[in-house]
Every structure is written in structure tokens, then in C-alpha cells.
Design a protein. Structure first.
Length: 213
């Protein structure tokens, strides 16, 4: 038994899968009927679909649904029974039922998902580990209150870490903090400006070190 590639090509021109919007047993059934990747120049939609379903080979046994819908694309003797199934499972919805623009959008989404899966990894979020020095006005500055004020700054992409007091002379100690920032969300210059607003405690700030994660 083989697949009716002409019929399958027409079906996949406006769809990403045999039925529905996710891989199913119908796709697995037709995939097995096709047997091998068809010529892309002659059957571009089938070739695209075949490559996509092939990427799910390890999951074929656990995909949902049944293979019934896939019978519609079987060639030879299986083609006639498939016609009886069409009344129950609408595989050839008209343009009125599914607009071309929506079909193209779905196709684009599925191809993008396949390309991301093929790449093997999602986009990496760029992060940096920052060592920040905060200097008080003098040795009488309440360093506990200073640190509490600094840590009160909360925003998306900012994670405060460990801290310690480092002597800098004349009995004065600076507060040194470690923090992790998402580069696209947190500007260290803006963060230093926010800390400088606690001018009852803070004389100045300085980025002592910065390293990409």
C-alpha cells in the first residue's frame, strides 16, 4: 500500500498536519504510507510535512488520535473505504471554512517550531554577574540601613546575591554586593542612578567587576 501523493500535496497546501494543529496518529499512518521523503520539487508541501513528522519519530507511538483519517490518502484498494470516512472526518475543509491567511499563519508557526526544534536549543538569555561597590559618606553611616535601601530596588531581570563589608580606610567600610542581571532588561547605569537617590547613606557607587554568564 502506498500514499496518494497528489491528493496529499493538495491537502497539505493549506494545512500543517493531516488533521488538527498538532502531530497525531493520522500523520504517523500517512508517514508510513509515504515511506520515504518525496521529491521536494514535485511535492514541496509533502516533503516539508514528511521532514517535520520524521523529527517526531521517537514520539510516534505516543502521539494522540487514531490513524483513521490517514486512510483517505492511501492509494489502491484503500482509497474507496476512505471516501466513506470523509463524512465523519472533514479532511478537505473549503476555503470558506478556513481562510487562506489563517492557514498560512498556522503553517508558518509550525515551520518555525520545527526549525527551533531542529536547531536544538532556544534563544539564550544574555546575563551578567556584577560586583557592585557602594561607598557610604563616613564611618558613622548605618551600613545595615544602607544595604536594606539598596536591596529594596526590585525589577524584572535583577537578582541580588551575597554581600560583604570591605574596609577602605579611616574606619570606613564599603558595601560590596554580587548581583545577576539580564542584559536586555537591566541597565547598570540606571541601577546606579537609583542607588544614588539614597543620598542619606550613599556617597557613590562603582562597578568593580562584570562577567558574562
Amino acid at each position: 500500500m502506498s500514499a496518494n501523493l497528489d491528493k496529499l500535496e493538495q491537502h497539505l497546501a493549506t494545512r500543517s498536519y493531516i488533521e488538527g494543529y498538532t502531530p497525531s496518529q493520522a500523520d504517523v499512518h500517512v508517514y508510513k504510507l509515504v515511506g520515504a521523503a518525496p521529491e521536494a520539487s514535485k511535492f514541496p508541501n509533502v516533503a516539508r510535512w514528511y521532514t517535520h513528522i520524521k523529527s517526531y519519530e521517537a514520539e510516534h507511538g505516543s502521539l494522540p488520535g487514531s490513524s483513521t483519517a490517514g486512510e483517505a490518502f492511501a492509494g489502491g484498494a484503500a482509497a474507496a473505504p476512505a471516501a466513506e470516512e470523509e463524512e465523519e472526518v472533514d479532511l478537505f475543509g473549503s476555503d470558506d471554512e478556513e481562510e487562506d491567511a489563517e492557514a498560512e499563519r498556522v503553517k508558518a508557526e509550525r515551520i518555525a517550531a520545527y526549525n527551533a526544534k531542529k536547531a536544538g536549543k532556544a534563544k539564550t538569555v544574555a546575563k551578567s554577574v556584577v560586583t557592585l561597590d557602594v561607598k557610604p559618606w563616613d564611618d558613622e553611616t548605618d551600613m545595615v540601613a544602607l544595604e536594606a535601601a539598596v536591596r529594596s530596588i526590585q525589577q524584572d531581570g535583577l537578582l541580588w546575591g551575597a554581600s560583604k563589608l570591605v574596609p577602605i580606610g579611616y574606619g570606613i567600610k564599603k558595601l560590596q554586593l554580587t548581583l545577576v542581571v539580564e542584559d536586555e532588561k537591566v541597565s547598570t547605569d540606571e541601577l546606579q542612578d537609583k542607588i544614588a537617590e539614597f543620598d542619606d547613606y550613599v556617597q557613590s557607587t562603582d562597578i568593580a567587576a562584570m562577567q558574562k554568564l
